[in-house]
Design a protein around this ligand. Structure first.
Ligand SMILES: Cc1cc2nc3c(=O)[nH]c(=O)nc-3n(C[C@H](O)[C@H](O)[C@H](O)COP(=O)(O)OP(=O)(O)OC[C@H]3O[C@@H](n4cnc5c(N)ncnc54)[C@H](O)[C@@H]3O)c2cc1C
Length: 292
């Protein structure tokens, strides 16, 4: 097991904010998984699964926690047909852009809306990430997780999905997605590339994807205007606090201008929640995972 003391959140997250965790463990094989519970207990650290850190706002300071990464040999393979679908197996650590390229090369369609999301497959499943009307959970057939000290193989009918929500019976705050099986229908390579490119360009035109952010800061309310519209109406588009700001391109993106701190981000976030609630009666809920 690869181990690192005091890993830095700014280097591990796309917002580049926050302090340090006491340890990071990279789980490379089944023996490492077996050893993990005792290691966590010995250090008395609360674990957090970490993918590409693209949905995480880590607080400033040193935290009594352990980051755990799935670092087993990568799998990205076609298992074969099942009716009209082709079954694909992929490790949790594979980056989404690589997964999307693989699907396009094999003319498998469904996830084109997710072009430009900078996460891993494991992080995307844990968040049930989605975009342009597509959610990753829709295509999931099975998942292998490490949870409560055991490897569990779970079928689709044991999984529940919601808006940025994923769970299974007995799932706790910490579990590690090791690998997943998806089913995709066939399309044509050209059409898949075109659609992915259209979605990517739309994202680029409306979201500050080149800046340090964690994607959308708040979830859209279940009814009524989107979070971005509420923030804009409450005067938060482009609003700055120290080194962080709500983007002037998309009000629901909080960006670190380079010199920001997590405390500033949390303060600006709270100001926005209060202003939106006073204006509309709606309390915006964070979509980013605030750690710890
Ligand atoms: C520019 C930009 C654009 C974005 N656009 C979108 C978008 O359109 N739609 C969208 O849904 N999101 C979007 N995001 C947010 C983010 O990219 C997704 O939520 C992504 O799927 C998170 O994956 P990750 O590997 O970075 O997870 P992390 O940020 O590392 O973790 C997120 C959560 O998943 C858990 N997790 C991570 N890996 C695992 C694992 N292997 N097993 C179990 N749990 C795990 C973590 O514990 C944490 O709770 C965007 C972010 C950025 C920076």
């Amino acid at each position: 097991m690869r181990e690192q003391a005091w890993p830095n959140f700014p280097r591990l997250t796309t917002l580049h904010l926050g302090g340090r965790a006491r340890r990071m463990f990279a789980v490379e094989n089944a023996d490492d998984l077996e050893a993990l519970p005792d290691l966590l207990a010995d250090f008395a650290l609360a674990p957090l699964a970490l993918g590409n850190g693209s949905n995480i706002l880590a607080k400033d300071g040193d935290h009594d926690m352990a980051l755990v990464r799935e670092a087993m040999p990568e799998k990205l393979e076609i298992l074969g047909p099942d009716g009209p679908k082709t079954v694909v197996r992929v490790s949790g650590s594979v980056k989404l852009p690589r997964f999307l390229r693989f699907l396009a090369e094999h003319a498998l369609t469904g996830l084109e809306g997710m072009a430009g999301i900078p996460g891993t497959v494991g992080g995307a499943i844990a968040m049930n990430a989605g975009s342009f009307g597509c959610e990753i959970g829709t295509f999931l057939r099975a998942v292998t997780v490490f949870s409560e000290g055991h490897i569990q193989a779970l079928d689709r009918n044991q999984l529940s999905f919601g808006y940025r929500h994923f769970a299974f019976p007995g799932s706790r705050a910490f579990f590690l997605i090791l690998e997943a099986e998806f089913g995709f229908e066939s399309g044509t390579v050209d059409a898949i590339h075109r659609l992915a490119n259209t979605h990517f360009l739309a994202k680029k035109a409306h979201q500050p994807i080149a800046l340090a952010s964690a994607g959308c800061l708040f979830k859209n309310p279940s009814q009524g205007p989107a979070a971005g519209k509420l923030l804009e109406d409450a005067g938060f588009k482009g609003r700055e606090l120290g080194g962080v700001a709500f983007s002037d391109m998309h009000a629901n993106f909080l960006v670190n201008k380079g010199s920001g701190t997590a405390s500033q981000a949390l303060e600006l976030m709270q100001l926005a929640q209060e202003a939106v609630e006073a204006m509309s009666g709606i309390r915006l809920e964070p979509e980013v995972r605030i750690v710890p």
